[in-house]
Design a binder for this molecule. Structure first.
Ligand SMILES: Cc1cc2nc3c(=O)[nH]c(=O)nc-3n(C[C@H](O)[C@H](O)[C@H](O)COP(=O)(O)OP(=O)(O)OC[C@H]3O[C@@H](n4cnc5c(N)ncnc54)[C@H](O)[C@@H]3O)c2cc1C
Length: 392
């Protein structure tokens, strides 16, 4: 293998080129990035960048020292056996890493609609979040909550419209309802169970025909894997690029990582596609190992965090079908300090949610990885450390 092409210069892309060099690959590495920027981190976009704390989130990676042929502003347009078609012509590869991430969904309508995915999006939006501006945010998921937080900090008037009957419904399920009070405390007008029919000039038209007037509309209703360029290539696609547990795709010498990859999880016995930073950080080393002929397995306990309304929200695991145990009282006064555990039928831990309880997250993550059986009654007591909830 003499030439590896990495398509997508986000976190997963840059970690892939680093992993190739760290594993001793001495051949040519070409890194294609649709954006004009050097690889940067996205989590701070909706946090530090939006509130004006920082302007740059470029990752600390010396592409020149690694001898990477980095091509900003170049997109992959198609894929044939051994060749990536790019906006600057064809590029032959011996090995290919697909790391094209995901793109935000936009809603219907001819009104101006902001999304938050890139540093350019973040800087453009920040300039509009001003004192007294009327900001309508569509979606009370992670991005919606963080944008609402930043907009309130800037003194804007904020309305959040959410189709589900509680915030964070997709990620957390009904327990997300306990975050609704954070919106009220921040004086955000949270409208639940309401769909948006269209984004128009001057605001939103809602499903019931009523309107929300707004100077700024931000759509935060989720993302789709950026795999349109792979259509017709013969690669297996199903909610992203399908991979095995080694992150190998259906095509030889092609691996996929990060937000665009739907990998086979041994741990959960199903395919997972996780749109979070920790996956983009951890998957590339395994994928590159596979590309170079080793048999490493990617089998993490998924992890993510969000900072919203001055709360640190952290989650690890995968809770589909698991039993929920609330830990602490979300309605207690003062700074939020509660969480949740989801347990499997055999009383092992499936997932943990920690609100301003970083120790719960750390210990819970270890318990999920270790698979110890737990005393479910003790789990419900927030005064008992999670690591002290194991049973012999
Ligand atoms: C505002 C924001 C806040 C976030 N906050 C958190 C958080 O608090 N916690 C957390 O865990 N996760 C968070 N995330 C998610 C996390 O940032 C992503 O999971 C991570 O960025 C995924 O990395 P990636 O490299 O797979 O994809 P991306 O970061 O999307 O990078 C993919 C790159 O590929 C480029 N590309 C796409 N198509 C092509 C093509 N055809 N040719 C060439 N290049 C292409 C794209 O332009 C992009 O630069 C946040 C994301 C956003 C947007």
């Amino acid at each position: 293998m003499n030439h590896v092409v990495v398509v997508g210069a986000g976190l997963a892309g840059v970690r892939s080129v680093e992993a190739l060099r760290a594993r001793g690959f001495g051949g040519t590495i070409t890194l294609l990035g649709e954006e004009q920027h050097r690889p940067y981190d996205r989590p701070p976009l909706s946090k530090g960048v939006l509130i004006g704390k920082t302007d740059s989130t470029i990752v600390d990676s010396d592409l020149d020292a690694l001898e990477i042929d980095f091509r900003p502003g170049v997109s992959a347009k198609g894929l044939h056996t051994g060749v990536v078609e790019t906006t600057e012509g064809e590029l032959a590869y011996d090995g290919l890493v697909i790391a094209t991430g995901a793109r935000p969904v936009r809603l219907r309508g001819d009104g101006p609609q902001h999304v938050l995915r890139t540093i350019d999006d973040a800087l453009a939006l920040r300039a509009l979040l001003t004192e007294g501006a009327r900001v309508a945010v569509i979606g009370a998921g992670w991005i919606g909550a963080e944008v609402a937080t930043a907009a309130r900090k800037a003194g804007s008037t904020v309305t959040v419209v959410e189709a589900a009957s509680f915030p964070l419904a997709t990620a957390l399920g009904p327990i997300g309802a306990h975050t609704a009070s954070w919106y009220a405390q921040a004086e955000v007008d949270l409208r639940l169970g309401i769909t948006v029919a269209s984004v128009d000039q001057g605001g939103l038209t809602l499903g019931d025909g009523s309107a929300v007037e707004a100077d700024v509309v931000v759509t935060g209703v989720g993302v789709r894997p950026a795999v349109e360029w792979l259509a017709g290539s013969g690669i297996a696609l199903d909610n992203g690029v399908v991979t095995d547990e080694h992150l190998r795709t259906s095509l030889p010498d092609v691996v996929a990582v990060g937000d665009c990859a739907a990998w086979w999880s041994r741990r959960y016995g199903r395919r997972l596609r996780v749109e979070h930073w920790d996956t983009a950080l951890g998957a590339p080393d395994v994928a590159v190992a596979a590309l170079l002929g080793a048999d490493a397995v990617y089998d993490p306990v998924p992890y993510f965090w969000s900072e919203q309304f001055d709360n640190m929200v952290q989650y690890a695991g995968y809770h589909d079908g698991a039993r929920l145990v609330l830990r602490g009282d979300p309605a207690a006064g003062g700074k939020a300090n509660w969480g949740a555990c989801w347990t499997n039928e055999d009383d092992t831990l499936a997932a943990v949610l920690a609100v301003n309880r970083p120790r719960d997250l750390l210990q819970g993550r270890r318990l999920i990885e270790g698979g110890q059986r737990l005393d479910v009654h003790r789990l419900a007591d927030p005064a008992v450390a999670l690591r002290d909830c194991t049973v012999a």
